[in-house]
Design a protein around this ligand. Structure first.
Ligand code: IPE
Ligand code: IPE
Ligand code: MG
Ligand code: MG
Ligand code: MG
Length: 298
């Protein structure tokens, strides 16, 4: 466990880094998304509405941090950072739909389907997903593209979303909650790091350690998301607070309580730090980002 002072310093460094990377990521995102005055205008407008609504840009920052820590220098990383944020946003648009979590707020504004209707929201999510892979193909890196695709399909994010929905209102065990959290959230966080490592040309061993680190912080991230859903307000989160209890979601706090869930997140943080120690590069920013993940308030 870090001291209060160390924690504060870590938080400041991570926030400054997220701001710095966001500036670059936003510029490329704008270039990589279709202009909203091009046909079909409504769809392009919805894609941009959801993308530029003030997300934390955590997945791009993790990919960028892994890439630069491992010596990556060229501009190819920006295809990946744009693609990761598009894929994440696609998952959020669909996650909020009435047939899924049925939420009204996201990133501080009305959800996409509330503003554009369900059909456009579904299609905007689809288009973001497909556009992302077109961008990624421009890196020419089959390992990166394959890792990302796997983390999103039926063995990844989509698989997790299915079990999340199927488990609503049921009493499920820890093994199922682990399955849901790993697949719906941690897998994409993990693959963000793997993509950054592949684009930097890292060895198999280093990619594997990045992947282990990513899995741990990804799980910790979703545990904190569940805790924040209970402890924070809708204003603070920019999305509907209390949504999990209202829908009877299978979460760590519902199974273990908030304190034990938080302890589990710290345990995962410590494991993630051990993974970083195995990587023979300067990885302090990845350590800061991990700490940010479990101390964040939104
Ligand atoms: C929210 O992700 C959805 C989950 C996977 C839990 P973030 O908390 O990263 O959302 P944004 O991108 O900052 O809006
Ligand atoms: C979302 O999990 C995971 C994905 C979007 C894939 P949640 O349903 O807990 O995310 P929030 O709380 O709505 O952001
Ligand atoms: Mg959900
Ligand atoms: Mg949700
Ligand atoms: Mg949540």
């Amino acid at each position: 466990m870090l001291t209060q002072e160390e924690m504060k310093a870590t938080e400041l460094r991570a926030k400054a880094y997220l701001n710095e990377v966001s500036l670059k990521v936003e510029k490329y995102l704008d270039q990589h998304l279709p202009p909203q005055n091009e046909r079909p205008e409504k769809l392009h407008e919805c894609m941009r509405y959801s993308m530029f609504a003030g997300g934390k840009r955590l997945r791009p920052a993790l990919a960028y941090a892994a890439f630069t820590a491992l010596g990556g220098k060229d501009e190819s990383i920006y295809f990946a950072t744009s693609a990761l944020e598009m894929l994440h946003t696609f998952s959020l648009i669909h996650d909020d739909l009435p047939c899924m979590d049925d939420d009204d707020y996201r990133r501080g504004r009305k959800t996409a389907h509330k503003v554009y209707g369900e059909a456009i929201a579904v299609l905007a999510g689809d288009a973001l997903c497909i556009h992302a892979f077109e961008l990624l193909s421009r890196t020419g890196n089959a390992l990166a593209i394959g890792a990302l695709a796997q983390s999103l399909g039926s063995y990844g994010m989509i698989g997790g979303q299915v079990v999340d929905i199927e488990s609503e209102g049921k009493k499920v065990g820890l093994e199922t909650v682990d399955y849901i959290h790993y697949h719906k959230t941690a897998a994409l966080i993990q693959s963000s790091l793997v993509v950054g490592a592949h684009l930097a040309g890292a060895s198999k061993e280093v990619v594997a350690e990045m992947s282990n680190y990513g899995k741990r912080i990804g799980l910790a991230f979703q545990i904190m998301d569940d805790i924040l859903d209970i402890e924070q307000t809708t204003e603070q989160l920019g999305k509907d607070a209390g949504s999990d209890i209202a829908r009877g979601k299978a979460t760590y706090p519902s199974l273990l309580g908030v304190d034990e869930s938080r302890a589990r997140a710290w345990e995962l943080y410590n494991q993630a730090m051990d993974c970083l120690k195995q990587i023979p590069c300067e990885t302090s920013i990845l350590a800061d980002l991990a700490a940010f993940i479990i101390t964040r308030v939104n």
